[in-house]
Design a protein around this ligand. Structure first.
Ligand code: HEM
Length: 594
């Protein structure tokens, strides 16, 4: 008994001393940088801290005194979305640098920054500031890929990946997105009630789930050549030997990349029925087992096509280009291995799925909240397309002209960027350029580039392109800082400018990151966004349906709350808009406008 007590006491003493030593070391390192810093006697990167504090956030906020909560919140994952610029103004500015501060805790030293000069310097130096290992654990499940690697291995893959995304892929994305959105509208039309037909509107709670479905179908077609019609008949039957279709496996796997995907397949398949979540875990197990098998079949089909008589046919998907690009290289140093090929095929869908779906969903909610911007968009949509639904828009004629639709995407990404921050780590001590001079960051620190704070910088964003505003802008927003308002016209430069769309200063607008690792799917996401919105607005306006007893002001407040209560998971997501079967969803109305 005494012996066990001694062991427990010794272990406890060891942990406390170790934590105290790490804290003291970080505080001294933070002081040496000359940057503002905050001290925390805990380790915010500890997995137990992460898993317990995130769900407890609302409760902790409600019980803790504001002064304590305002400090503690900075240790809870996702604070950047809720706190916006507050910590920079409240803690960093009084210490002499309003753009960056350090968190000196018992974990790694963290540099939180909304300084465009730091962002640009760090994101440019891919060898000095690396992608952290956790990304590999979550997104490297089906093979190494461009997001999970660093150094030479990343450079090789990046070169291949960049070479396969071209204008032909953009056209495929555009056509697929138009086709899928048409399918969605047709389905809604067919399922509408008699009253709805009479009143020329359709109501649904499934709109955001349908947006997700569009995204996964488009990515599967553009990525893997797995063309899936909207009505999903092909979705339903799985090939012999499989329990799920490719799309079903894809959906489940993609929705699990935030965590459960790390659980080994064998454990998932044998998940005990008495533990909550049994059905989902089993499904995930099947999806995880079958997803690479489907990929293998699609790859074989593509290889056969490439060596067969229809090899020269105009088939444009990322898989065919990746195979081609790999085959053209003879050296291992330049071509992709089998593991890398599979890893990147998975990544293209994973990286493009929620990011694009969420951007579309936020834009729809914002347009329903601020309907006058729809009127502004209709002017452009009607100039680009007739209201004849059977007309098929042409990518090269429509996309370059769709500057207002693009400005809605950019403004949505400025306020509700799916990737709220990017994280890099440094193995060795590194000098960094900041707006207040050069600092030396100790080895094994984390640099977190805070997109939310950058996108609200009052030195950058207020009152840009006021001349492009429709006449009604500003009538309701007096006293609210312009940078916090949804005002898409800030992106439209005056007629006659060399660029139609406003180009923010370097390091200030980072929804797609920046530097050598900038998102290679940027154009794909833009093309898909424009195509889906164009088709949705071609004949319809979008509103949120009032709940019983709600007036229009109540609806606005409900939508504000929906936006405010977003949750930063792997991407930023509105709570309760997807999976309507379990959440109830948000009822939206599409009204024929002509
Ligand atoms: C609105 C849509 C999108 C947003 C907001 C977005 C955002 C981002 C961001 C912020 C990064 C940089 C991450 C970092 O530096 O740590 C990134 C990287 C990446 N994205 Fe996207 N993305 C979008 C769409 C797509 C699509 C459609 C694809 C599919 C082709 C894609 C594929 C990738 C890949 C492969 C990387 C890793 C690049 C590298 O590390 O070299 N993304 N994305």
């Amino acid at each position: 008994m005494e012996f066990s007590f001694a062991i427990v006491s010794a272990l406890l003493l060891f942990f406390i001393t170790n934590y105290a030593w790490r804290l003291a070391r970080n505080v001294s390192a933070a002081k040496a940088t000359g940057l503002p810093f905050l001290i925390y006697p805990i380790d915010p990167s500890n997995i137990i801290w992460l898993l317990t504090t995130v769900p407890l956030r609302p409760w902790l906020r409600s019980i803790l005194p504001t002064r304590i909560w305002n400090r503690l919140t900075l240790t809870i994952y996702g604070w950047d979305f809720y706190e916006k610029r507050h910590p920079f103004d409240e803690y960093a500015a009084p210490q002499g640098n309003p753009k960056s501060f350090l968190v000196a805790s018992c974990g790694p030293l963290e540099l939180w920054t909304a300084d465009p000069i730091v962002a640009t310097d760090v994101l440019r130096r891919t060898d000095d500031f690396k992608m952290p290992p956790l990304v590999g654990v979550l997104l490297g499940q089906f093979g190494h890929n461009v997001l999970t690697t660093n150094g030479q291995r990343w450079a090789k893959q990046r070169k291949v990946v960049a070479s396969v995304i071209n204008e032909r892929i953009s056209r495929t994305i555009f056509d697929a997105a138009i086709c899928q959105t048409t399918g969605m509208l047709d389905e809604l039309q067919v399922s509408s009630t008699e009253t709805e037909v009479e009143r020329r509107y359709i109501e649904t709670t499934k709109m955001f789930d349908m947006i997700k479905r569009i995204t996964i179908h488009v990515l599967s077609e553009a990525g893997m050549g797995a063309k899936t019609p909207w009505n999903g008949k092909d979705d339903k039957k799985s090939e012999s030997g499989f329990k799920m279709t490719y799309i079903e496996a894809c959906k489940i796997v993609m929705e699990s990349v935030t965590g459960p995907i790390v659980i080994p397949t064998g454990i998932l398949l044998n998940w005990p029925s008495w533990i909550p979540g049994h059905t989902f875990m089993k499904q995930l197990g099947i999806a995880k087992r079958e997803f690479p098998m489907h990929t293998e079949i699609l790859l074989d089909q593509e290889r056969q096509r490439m060596s067969g008589k229809d090899a020269a046919s105009e088939k444009s998907n990322i898989m065919s280009h990746l195979l081609q690009a790999s085959d053209e290289q003879t050296s291992e140093l330049t071509s992709l291995s089998k593991d890398e090929l599979n890893g990147n095929l998975f990544l293209f869908t994973a990286a493009g799925f929620e990011t694009t779906a969420n951007t579309l969903s936020y834009a729809i909610v914002l347009l329903a909240r601020y309907p006058r911007w729809q009127e502004w968009l209709f002017e452009e949509v009607d100039a680009l397309l007739t209201t004849d639904a059977s007309e098929t828009p042409e990518y090269s004629a429509v996309f370059p002209q769709a500057s207002r639709l693009m400005s809605v995407m950019l403004e949505t990404l400025r306020l509700y960027t799916p990737v709220v921050h990017v994280l890099r780590t440094n193995d060795t001590i590194q000098e960094i350029r900041t707006s207040k001079g050069i600092i030396a960051l100790p080895a094994n620190s984390s640099v977190i580039i805070n997109h939310i704070a950058l996108h609200l910088d009052p030195e950058v964003w207020p009152n840009i392109n006021r001349g492009s505003d429709p006449s009604w802008v500003n009538s309701n927003d007096e006293g609210i800082p312009d940078e916090t308002i949804f005002r898409p016209s800030r992106w439209i430069n005056p007629v006659g400018s060399p660029r139609r769309i406003y180009q923010p200063p370097k390091g200030c607008f980072l929804p797609w990151g920046q530097g050598p690792r900038i998102c290679p799917g940027q154009k794909m996401g833009q093309v898909e966004f424009v195509a889906v919105m164009l088709k949705l607005l071609q004949q319809h306006r979008i509103d949120a349906v009032p709940l019983t007893g709600e007036n229009s002001r109540d609806v606005e407040q409900r939508l504000d709350e929906l936006l405010r209560n977003s949750i930063p998971k792997m991407t930023l997501i509105m709570d309760g808009i997807y999976n309507v079967g379990t959440t109830g969803g948000v009822r939206m109305r599409l009204t024929r406008r002509k």
